[in-house]
Ligand binder design. Structure first.
Ligand code: NIG
Length: 382
């Protein structure tokens, strides 16, 4: 192949560990050999990729796939000048509550297949459009049944209409009975800390309850304005804070001094006409950055990580190397995984072949579908 982009500095040249004319051997779903094609061991089947390149499958560490309905009318209004707000989520809550488990499962599977066609092989997804104990639990179970890699409980997405006058009672429900059942399925708990969703004190309660339930913590923060989300995430030891579109210098410094990953969602920023997020400032300060597509029916309905990488380069001033790393290893770090996000011996055989001589083509040929073949856990899915 033209370039084998391992995203493992130990295995090749440059920050992405690139091997020219490289080869990979896979067995039983895992990578068992990586290196120069000239020295590759014999294998039962061999595929010559010609002038194509291979990189790890994208790790999409932020999505909202368990939903019913769509909100193209809200999007159309937004393109005519209306501002995005958390309020639109309620329309999806209504549709999701009315859907059957089978309909929700079919939707998740359809989106996972779409993601795979774009080179995404590891996916995190959330509940958050059920907002009753039963609807949140079934959302999480649907994600589990669909085979999603990382599952997050987002009962604290917005306050549902029936609790509009008693938001703290809703937080009690989230932190108590809802989380008691959600923790059986989810690995992460998340809270949307923003005007129109949950304030700092409420969000702290949700994270504290998550910690008591043994969940790892995530925060949706600083999406619509400079809010307390980043400070909250860092002080609570969250694994990631997602969005980070509006950051103060103090937020950047706090992230740089922490282990918390800043997950940027450039396609969402594009589709809400907010941002772009200050990726350059974060990277220059030494923050670990992940890129994710945030596929959801409201703030941005794309699942394309290749587009996200292009936007990160073209709009957020990330280098190609930084963007590819953030969309692979960065995403893996944001969901606490070391078995995905790089092409290295012992890692999952999640491989993305592109019709291009190198990953710079994602931005250079922006909008052109480059994905030619995809393996997930050693099985060819595209
Ligand atoms: O990450 N910000 C909160 N949640 C989603 C959007 C959900 C929606 O608009 O339906 C997000 O952008």
């Amino acid at each position: 192949m033209s370039s084998l982009v391992t995203v493992d500095e130990e295995s090749g040249e440059g920050p992405l560990g690139t091997v020219r004319d490289g080869a990979v051997v896979i067995e039983d779903g895992l990578i068992v050999w990586v290196g120069d094609a000239a020295t590759a061991p014999a294998a039962d089947d061999a595929i010559d990729l010609g002038g194509r390149s291979m990189l790890p499958g994208w790790v999409d560490s932020h999505s909202h796939l368990v939903f019913a309905g769509e909100r193209s009318a809200e999007f159309t209004d937004r393109m005519a000048g209306r501002q995005y707000s958390a309020g639109g989520i309620v329309a999806t809550v209504e549709a999701t509550r009315a859907a059957t488990d089978e309909e929700l499962l079919a939707g998740v599977r359809r989106h996972l297949a779409e993601m795979a066609r774009g080179g995404t092989t590891c996916v995190e997804t959330k509940s958050g459009y059920g907002l009753t104990k039963a609807d949140e639990l079934r959302s999480l179970r649907v994600a589990e049944q669909a085979g999603v890699d990382a599952i997050t409980f987002l009962g604290a997405h917005v306050v549902p209409p029936e609790y509009r006058d008693a938001p703290d009672d809703y937080v009690d429900l989230v932190c108590g009975p809802m989380m008691d059942t959600a923790a059986d399925v989810a690995q992460f708990v998340d809270v949307f800390c923003e005007d129109g969703a949950f304030d700092d004190a409420q969000a702290r309660r949700v994270l504290a309850a998550g910690e008591r339930h043994g969940l790892r913590l995530k925060v949706h923060g600083n999406q619509l304005d400079r809010g307390p989300g980043v400070t909250l995430a860092v002080s609570a030891g969250a694994i990631s804070v997602d969005h980070c579109t509006f950051l103060s210098d103090e937020d950047v410094d706090a992230l740089a001094a922490s282990e918390t990953v800043a997950t940027l969602l450039p396609a969402t920023d594009l589709c809400t006409r907010l941002g772009p997020a200050p990726a350059r400032e974060l990277l220059d300060a030494g923050v670990t950055v992940a890129l994710a597509a945030n596929c959801n029916p409201g703030s941005g309905y794309t699942s394309s990580m290749s587009l996200v990488v292009a936007l990160a380069v073209l709009q957020c001033r990330m280098t190609i190397d930084e963007a590819v790393r953030a969309a692979t290893r960065g995403g893996a770090t944001a969901i606490g995984r070391d078995d995905v996000g790089m092409i290295a011996v012992g890692r999952r055989a999640d491989l993305h072949v592109i019709d291009a001589p190198g990953p710079e083509y994602f931005a250079y040929r922006v909008g052109v579908p480059l994905t030619a073949a995809v393996w997930r856990k050693g099985v060819r899915v595209v």
